[in-house]
Design a protein around this ligand. Structure first.
Ligand SMILES: Cc1cc2nc3c(=O)[nH]c(=O)nc-3n(C[C@H](O)[C@H](O)[C@H](O)COP(=O)(O)O)c2cc1C
Length: 210
């Protein structure tokens, strides 16, 4: 791969297969692959159980062992070691960064993407202006319109991936229901957006009334 491309080659891997739980296994793997010129390793810090578990179960059942990833960083200090697996909070990220070069979040970034808006300031000392959920939603509507115009992509193929935008906010459930309502599929996204906004407007009216 190194010979074939000019961009860096990175590898994402687990720490073992089935019941192979010795550190030597993953150490030898990283050693071999790094000898071929790979310098970045994203370590999903659990085994892959190839027998008897579905891919989904394989993201939850095998226990996380971050100490093995940390050990890789100690044994290969020149490599970039990124840890991954079950990480959800800022505190966990901060903790992992004491032992590893980076952290990868999968599901939490998808289900709770607003978490990421704090990262530039927290981890990169950037004073970038914070945006609002509303302006992200508006930008997504513009994107849905463009994707439809240019590629014929239906808005709901895009909207389904932004359903975490208001995660944890009051009104989020109603808002999600609008953006995932099959009956609204024939409408243009701007109209769906207006209906989705009602989830919060009605909430305000409700709050004022009570
Ligand atoms: C729907 C879904 C699809 C995934 N597909 C891939 C994939 O194609 N390649 C890969 O390396 N990891 C894939 N993963 C695994 C994630 O990259 C990540 O390693 C895993 O979810 C553990 O991290 P998390 O606990 O932060 O989600 C997938 C995860 C999910 C939820």
């Amino acid at each position: 791969m190194r010979d074939a491309v000019s961009i860096p080659v990175t590898v994402k891997h687990r720490i073992g297969i089935d019941k192979i739980e010795s550190y030597d296994f993953v150490r030898d793997f990283v050693g071999t692959v790094s000898n071929a010129g790979c310098e970045v390793f994203i370590v999903h810090a659990r085994n892959a159980w190839l027998q008897g578990l579905s891919p989904k179960e394989n993201r939850e059942v095998p226990p996380l062992r971050f100490d093995l990833a940390y050990q890789l960083k100690k044994d290969f200090p020149r490599l970039t070691i990124v840890v991954n697996g079950g990480i959800k909070t800022q505190e966990e990220i901060t903790q992992h960064l004491q032992h590893a070069d980076g952290v990868m979040l999968g599901r939490e970034a998808y289900y709770n993407p607003w978490l990421m808006t704090q990262w530039d300031a927290l981890f990169w000392q950037s004073s970038e202006a914070q945006t609002s959920r509303e302006s992200v939603e508006e930008a997504m509507v513009v994107y849905m319109e463009r994707a439809h115009q240019e590629d014929g992509c239906p808005w709901y193929a895009i909207a389904r991936h932004m359903l975490g935008l208001y995660h944890g906010q009051r009104g989020a459930r109603l808002w999600r229901q609008v953006w995932s309502d099959h009956r609204l599929k024939p409408l243009p996204p701007r109209e769906v957006w207006k209906k989705a906004r009602r989830a919060f407007v009605d909430l305000e009216v409700d709050t004022i009334a009570t």
